[in-house]
Each structure stands twice: as C-alpha cells, then as structure tokens.
Design a protein around this ligand. Structure first.
Ligand code: MEV
Length: 392
C-alpha cells in the first residue's frame, strides 16, 4: 500500500516487541492491532467455544510475517501461521529476489463459485441440456431468491451448464455458477444448490442427489506471474537449475506432488493466519493439478533472456467477509496487517506467496540443497539438531 513498506531490514534480528514496533513504523500497524499482537494474539476461549463444538481449549501456532512482498505495485506484509521452520523466512527471501525484478503481478476473476446438483435416473439424458436451458431464467430467479442479501449487493447466479456423466443411467449434474462477491461463498452456493434443485427436477425428471458446492471452482481463478533476474537468484546457473526442477515436476507426478507441497506451504500458512478454509483451498489446488489428465505442477518456472518467469493460474476460493474473518480477533488483526481491499486482491496475494515459497524451495534444491538452510533455521530453535554428514 502507498506509504507502507514490507521491506524492513534486520526485522528477524529484533525481539518480538521490536518487530511489532517496526510494523507500526513501516507497515502502518495501529496501536490497537499492535496491542492485540503484544498480548500473544490468539483466540479467547469464549470465542472459540462459539466457533466449534466440544471446545476444551485453544490450539496455538506461531504467527510470523513474510516481508518484502510487492504485488501489483503495492507492498504487503503477509501474516503466516505455520509450525514448520523456514517457511516464513523462505517466502521473505524469495519475495526479496522477486522484488528486484519488479515484484509480483496478478489478477483474479470475479468470485464465481460452482454449485452442483446431481440427478440420477434422468430419462433421455441426451436432451437434458436443452431441457435445463429452457428453465434457465426460472433457475436463476429461484437461486437468487434464496440469497437476497447477496443479490442486493450486486452478486448472485450468473450461468449454468449441464454435464451428462452417464447417459445410460441418466446421471446428470447441473452446475449453477454464482458470484459470491467478497465471501468464500460455500454457504451461499450450498443454499443456491438446494433452492434450485426442485426447478431442475421438474425439467429433468429422475431423482435429486447431492446439492453442494464444488471445491474445484474453475471459474474463480487467480493468475500471478513474476520475472526474477538471474543476478537476484545468484546467477544463471541457479536459474537454469530452477527451470530444470520445474520441468522435472511437469514430467513426474511424484515430484509434482512435492513441488506443489512447497507451493502450498505459502498459501496454507497465510490462509490459516487469515482464517480461510484451507482444506477447501488444498482440495481445489490438487484437483486442479490433476485436471489435465495426469497430476502436474500448479506453478511453473521457465527461463527468459535475463532470468526466470514464475507463473501460476489456479482456482482459489478465499474471502474477506464471513466465517472467521469476523469471529476471530486474530484473523481480524491479520487482515489489518495484510491490507487487502477485497477477496480478489486476497487471492492474488495468496498466489504470490505460493510462488515465493515455491521459488525459495526450488532455489535451495537447485543450489546448496534444502537441508543446510532448513537446519540453520532449526538450529536457532533446537540446539541439539546437529546436521549429519557422511564420512568421505
Ligand atoms: C518442504 O516443506 C517443501 C519442499 O519439499 C518443497 C520442494 O521440494 O519443492 C522443500
């Protein structure tokens, strides 16, 4: 954001209190948010009791901040909640390299989620599409009537399509696409799926099966790219190594899975800090990775004339309203820190953090190997964690 910087030198060397002061000075964190973090953050037990069931305590995780992110010309300090050492430092280091190439650039589509309504035993499945098309307006009217507050804000049903999964058995699924604005949207979409099912059944016959969102929201997409100069990466050889590592992931699902784990390290940690449904994000990301027929990498790194281009295009359902964005004081504080204006900007930031985590891992793997950096960070915390070396 204008006037705020995510580039804060020496941040990691300070005490927790000094880091909070630095965020006040450089990142526009106000006194109330600083005060909240200074108490250790977390969740009050009564709020926890309202959020879940059979609550007996509150579970803790370290909350760190990734620095150096510049995304679409704005600096962002990114809150990350994660138990794994090195994830936050790695994202910060990679973001610093990307910054040297002008930062991350990205866009997100409108927040169009997918409602699925399943039918079995539909007669004449071959004409299902035409029969649903004939009641399209009625479906939208009925869907929109079930989510009046969303519609008041300018969102609601946008489109539908019909997929015949098994013509002989009449297994047909209707997708209704719903723009959910700044929400993650699961409840909204589930409401629409249930509301439109009778209208669809009238048109299709058969019997109604499931009525639920799909966690593979292919119409809710984020695209982020970055160009990193060779010099920022430590030279052309390392850039070559990262591009080869990316190619490896594109050829081998065993490697693609680990590549994607490194990418998701960033998204998940930020998603947890920001109260997002990270299980839904994970499910969508891996289904997407497998959607071309074989499981592949979510993100790619390719050589350019002067460095590396990193790119990701994926479905991502995240929200800035609803859920724990209001119920959880820590999530509200994390949003105050991050400074995003809407769900689309949040999606772009999360995808950028994924790319940064992915870059950091590939750079380490293509260079000195992951263990040295990892162990250095583990050492800070566990004096006994000696790296093992084989005799020559
Ligand atoms: C560890 O959390 C993540 C990595 O395995 C990712 C990768 O191999 O790309 C280092």
């Amino acid at each position: 954001m204008a006037g705020h910087s995510s580039r804060i030198s020496g941040f990691y060397r300070g005490s927790v209190a000094e880091r909070l002061d630095a965020l006040v000075e450089h990142a526009g964190v106000d006194g109330a948010v600083r005060g909240y973090f200074a108490t250790g953050g977390g969740l009050a037990i009564d709020a926890a009791d309202r959020m879940s069931e059979n609550v007996i305590a509150v579970h803790g995780l370290p909350l760190g901040v990734a620095l150096n992110f510049t995304i679409n010309g704005h600096d962002h300090v990114v809150p990350m909640a994660v138990e794994e050492a090195s994830v936050v430092a790695a994202a910060s280091n990679a973001a610093r390299m990307v910054r040297e190439g002008g930062g991350f650039h990205g866009t997100a589509s409108a927040a169009v989620m997918t409602a699925q309504v399943q039918f079995d035993g539909v007669p004449d499945a071959g004409s299902a599409e035409a029969r649903v098309a004939a009641v399209r307006d009625e479906v939208f009217a009925c869907g929109n009537a079930s989510i009046p507050r969303m519609v008041e804000r300018g969102f609601g049903c946008r489109d539908l399509d019909v997929r015949v999964l098994d013509a002989a058995e009449g297994i047909v699924v209707v997708h209704v696409y719903v723009d959910v604005g700044d929400a993650m949207g699961a409840n909204t979409v589930d409401t629409v799926a249930e509301a439109v099912a009778p209208v669809l059944q009238h048109a299709l016959g058969g019997f109604v099966g499931l009525r639920i969102l799909s966690n593979l929201p292919t119409r809710r997409r984020v695209h982020v790219h970055c160009d990193v100069p060779d010099a920022a990466l430590g030279g052309a050889e390392i850039a070559d190594g990262i591009a080869r590592a990316s190619r490896f992931a594109s050829l081998d699902p065993y490697r693609a899975c680990t590549h994607n784990k490194g990418f998701m390290n960033g998204i998940d940690a930020a998603a947890v800090a920001l109260g997002q449904d990270w299980r839904s994000i994970e499910a969508g990301a891996h289904a997407w990775a497998a959607s071309k027929g074989t499981y592949g990498p979510i993100s790619t790194w390719t050589r350019t004339a002067t460095g590396l281009r990193g790119e990701v295009d994926m479905p991502l359902a995240v929200g800035t309203v609803g859920g724990s964005t209001t119920a959880h004081a820590g999530v509200r504080a994390a949003f105050a820190l991050l400074r995003v204006s809407d769900a689309r900007e949040l999606a772009v930031v999360l995808a950028a953090v994924g790319l940064a985590s992915n870059l950091a891992a590939l750079r380490a793997l293509a260079g000195e190997g992951i263990q040295r950096g990892h162990m250095r960070l583990h050492h800070r915390k566990h004096e006994h964690a000696e790296p093992v070396s084989c005799p020559k």
